[in-house]
Design a protein around this ligand. Sequence first.
Ligand SMILES: Cc1cc2nc3c(=O)[nH]c(=O)nc-3n(C[C@H](O)[C@H](O)[C@H](O)COP(=O)(O)O)c2cc1C
Length: 171
Amino acid sequence: MKFYYLLHPRPVVAVGSGSIKVGEINFATVSWITPVSEEPPIVGFASYKENYTNSLIEKYKQFSINIIEDINLLWKVGTTSGKEIDKVKEFGIKVISGKKLDVPIIEDSLGFMECKLTDSLEVGEDIFYIGEVVNWEAKGFGRYGWEDISRVPMHKGGKAFAFAEKIKIIK
Ligand SMILES: Cc1cc2nc3c(=O)[nH]c(=O)nc-3n(C[C@H](O)[C@H](O)[C@H](O)COP(=O)(O)O)c2cc1C
């Protein structure tokens, strides 16, 4: 049993890295991601030191966070490396540019964030990347965030994903 499974299921995203203008783009799956500060808006995530994503984040000082429904695509970009293949071509990912940054965004995403790299921290086997959210958009959002929570994937562990069913609101 892995200690971190106590903190799963947890949101799982596709992190986009690289630059649209330069045409160097990659996506990788990440579930060890968290908001860190509301004002200013900051997110952070842990990325294994060997990930190709890291080299692009360090080169262009930016990344995107994409919330996508397609767990098969999450599995594909999370089990292959941009060091070996062009995932955008290989998996037919439709990519658009961010509005504030030229980060790659997955067109079909339910929502996305454009993040400017502000810091990075070496932690064990990972680099914890910290970025300021300079723009974000989401489809189907209400007072408490996602209106249809059954569409937003979480990672349970290995090949298992979870989709929430019930919202309980404190009276
Ligand atoms: C569901 C899922 C969740 C993942 N979460 C993380 C994570 O939080 N951090 C991480 O470094 N790798 C995570 N991975 C693994 C990376 O996505 C994987 O190593 C990927 O090949 C890295 O791609 P890259 O070399 O193109 O950057 C996850 C993979 C899957 C399938």
